[in-house]
Design a protein around this ligand. Structure first.
Ligand SMILES: Cc1ncc(COP(=O)(O)O)c(C=O)c1O
Length: 387
């Protein structure tokens, strides 16, 4: 892969992170629950990682529950909180990742009414719409993300938290995309629970965390040997957790440098896109992640462009990685009220630490070549061709 622009889907594993993990894959294989020396060493390594992850999120180590990824953290929060609440309404953001949206939908057969927080055309949640939904009563749980994985739009989680708390509801916040790319302080989000994932911050896949106050009543979704304070059973993935901790420490230490570098690249990319006639950048006018640009070129379908770029050795996404391949426009853009024919055109570029200005320039040159007058239209969707 020569040019990788899909960091919101996953990041490469940082070499320095890999180095911290290797001993725990080789000689440090003992079970962290074992009482012998090897077990105690593994336990100490996990506890150190807990401190590192807590520091990235501005939380206390005792508030970190390790999971097998962001999806599991979101499911633990949404289903685990709901299980301990009286049945009522759950308000879930319309632009959420499926890990949150579908976890909320899964509550419906258990007697919950699932309603959505409407999105504004700008890519932010509509706080007036949220307050109206809350005023209708009976809302027990609100779930909304800190930063959107497709558009990069930052949400006003403090305002969402305040509205939820005033209405007597709990608030789960998915901070998977914000962590490592923007300032994240658990107490300032106002959230009761906060989901994180290691592989979005140059850590390993299959490791995440739920941050929660110990006073929050939550039902474990995995039962077994009482690991992670009884909230997530299963032998700890020592190497993965150690890697998550190292990635978190590096992300915190390098946050400003990474942020500034990404923003410079994003400005360069957007400068180039603005010179291309008719290009729409979604959520363009709100504060966004420094690495994310989702755009559409008129007359071109996102997945067609993705495949053409791929043939030139350039990796992008046509929306969220999970949604691509379904042949449907992004639910995020539809929630924002974007016309489906425009939404079909969505291409997401998510930059990373290792990208350079030259990478951005060659992306722009290839995109111009693919979309210049006379170039074959890489469209898969007849609706777009007709439109
Ligand atoms: C906003 C958001 N939440 C949750 C997830 C799921 O995290 P994981 O891949 O660690 O399960 C993702 C992954 O793309 C995401 O972008």
């Amino acid at each position: 892969m020569s040019l990788y622009f899909d960091h919101n889907a996953t990041t490469p594993l940082d070499e320095r992170v890999l180095e911290t993990m290797l001993p725990w894959l080789r000689e440090g294989y003992a079970n962290a629950a074992s009482l012998h020396r090897g077990g105690r060493e593994a336990r100490a390594a996990i506890d150190h990682a807990r401190e590192q992850v807590a520091a990235l999120a501005g939380a206390h180590p005792g508030q970190v529950v390790f999971t097998a990824g962001g999806t599991e953290a979101d499911n633990l929060a949404v289903k685990g909180l709901a299980a301990r609440l009286p049945r009522g309404r759950v308000l879930v953001g319309s632009m959420e990742h499926p890990a949150v949206l579908e976890a909320a939908q899964a509550l419906a057969p258990h007697g919950w009414q699932v309603d959505e927080i409407p999105a504004g055309a700008d890519g932010r949640y509509d706080l007036t719409g949220l307050r109206e939904q809350l005023a209708a009563g009976d809302v027990r749980l609100v779930a909304a993300m800190a930063a959107n994985n497709e558009t990069g739009a930052l949400q006003d989680t403090a305002a969402i938290a305040e509205a939820a708390r005033e209405a007597g509801a709990l608030f789960h916040c998915d901070a998977v995309q914000l962590a490592g790319k923007g300032m994240l302080r658990y107490p300032e989000t106002g959230a009761h629970t906060l989901a994180l994932s290691a592989h979005k911050i140059y850590g390993p896949k299959g490791v995440g965390a739920l941050i929660l106050d110990k006073g929050v009543d939550i039902e474990p979704q995995l039962h077994g040997g009482g690991h992670e304070g009884g909230l997530r059973a299963g032998t700890e993935n020592t190497a993965g957790i150690v890697g998550f901790g190292a990635a978190a420490e590096l992300a915190a230490a390098e946050l400003e440098e990474r942020y500034a570098g990404l923003l410079t690249l994003r400005d360069r990319l957007e400068g180039g896109l603005s010179g291309m006639p008719g290009v729409t950048v979604f959520a363009e006018h709100v504060a966004r992640l420094p690495n994310t640009v989702q755009f559409a070129v008129p007359g071109y379908e996102g997945e067609g462009l993705l495949m053409s770029l791929d043939r030139h050795g350039i990796a992008v996404s046509s929306g969220s990685a999970c949604a691509s391949g379904r042949g449907e426009p992004s639910h995020v853009l539809l929630a924002m009220g974007i016309d489906p024919t425009v939404a079909y055109g969505a291409v997401r570029v998510s930059l990373g630490r290792d990208n350079s200005a030259e990478d951005v320039d060659s992306f722009l040159a290839t995109l111009r070549e693919l979309t210049s007058a006379g170039a074959a239209m890489p469209s898969l969707n007849p609706a777009v061709l007709a439109g």
